[in-house]
Ligand binder design. Structure first.
Ligand code: PAF
Length: 290
């Protein structure tokens, strides 16, 4: 596995190896990321369009943090991350410096936000500016890496929709591949932030996946939202949102929309939660109905 520590090494590698499948990350890698990399490796093997294999980027992007203390405490674990990428079969890791991504004196464009980024009451309402930073860095990374395809986790469901929309609108010709959320055996969605949970808060954090399960059993979005709130309130977490939305547009769905579509197609709705558990902000989501 090659370590590409600056843009010059990335460009040289790209020239010799050809197009890759790309997994962008901010490091602090866990089993969920390892799964993204394994998916990227498998896709590259199966495709004639990605001769270079899978390349992972590790860059803690300052422009997507609306809370400076969140940025300051974001874990930096490069050595362990490299070991994770190697074990998962990555061909290369691109770990640029801030100056590689945001060269001093150069304006790195912030692409216009797709509509799905600013749906009321979701991420943008609680993290203003977050998706502008995500789109800026992902577009910059795409321009530098020029992958054939890129893998993103479904845990950040709204981010996945935003990047899919931006990639289509910018006509980048990059296939966006979603990868299901990896969970701990007790249901907690894997996240780099889980390491900050105290023992007591980790127990309370299970309320997110429990709330999604409770929602899945309900017959209308309104009932599902009430069920999620009940579980989250009982656990005493600070809920930012617990909603059912159209899975693709993230628009609200009718309060009494029936749960069953009666068809074999995947559910068109998604239950989405963000909650603060102690000082840790967690998000989770699942298809609705389950
Ligand atoms: O999902 C993440 O880890 C980040 O938002 C991403 C896509 C790597 C951009 O910094």
């Amino acid at each position: 596995m090659e370590l590409l520590a600056d843009n010059a090494s990335l460009l040289a590698w790209r020239e010799s190896a050809g197009p890759a499948v790309f997994v962008p990350t901010m490091g602090a890698l866990h089993e969920g990321h390892a799964q993204l990399v394994r998916r990227g490796v498998a896709l590259a093997r199966a495709s004639r369009l990605a001769s270079a294999g899978c390349v992972v980027s590790i860059f803690v992007n300052p422009t997507q943090f609306n809370d400076p203390s969140d940025l300051a405490r974001y874990p930096r674990t490069l050595e362990a991350d490299l070991a994770t990428c190697r074990a998962a079969g990555a061909a290369a890791v691109y770990a640029p410096s801030p100056a590689d991504i945001y060269p001093p004196g150069q304006d790195i464009p912030v692409p216009p936000l797709p509509d799905v980024a600013t749906r009321p009451a979701l991420e943008d309402a609680h993290r203003p500016g977050h998706f502008a930073g995500v789109c800026q860095v992902v577009l910059r990374l795409f321009t530098l890496v020029r992958p054939a395809a890129a893998v993103f986790g479904e845990k950040d469901w709204q981010q996945l929709q935003v990047i899919t929309a931006m990639t289509a609108r910018e006509r980048l010709g990059i296939e966006i591949i979603p990868e299901p959320t990896v969970r701990e055996p007790d249901g907690l969605a894997m996240s780099s932030r889980n390491r900050f949970l105290s023992e007591h808060d980790r127990e309370r954090a299970l309320s997110l996946s429990r709330a999604l399960k409770a929602a899945a059993a309900e017959l209308s979005p309104a009932a599902a939202e009430t069920a999620m709130r009940r579980v989250l309130d009982q656990a005493g977490v600070d809920t930012e949102y617990a909603v059912v939305r159209d899975a693709g547009t993230l628009l609200s769905v009718g309060r009494d929309t029936p749960a069953s579509t009666g068809s074999l197609s995947p559910p068109a709705y998604r239950a989405l939660i963000a909650a603060r558990v102690g000082s840790v902000r967690l998000i989770d989501n699942a298809p609705w109905p389950g």
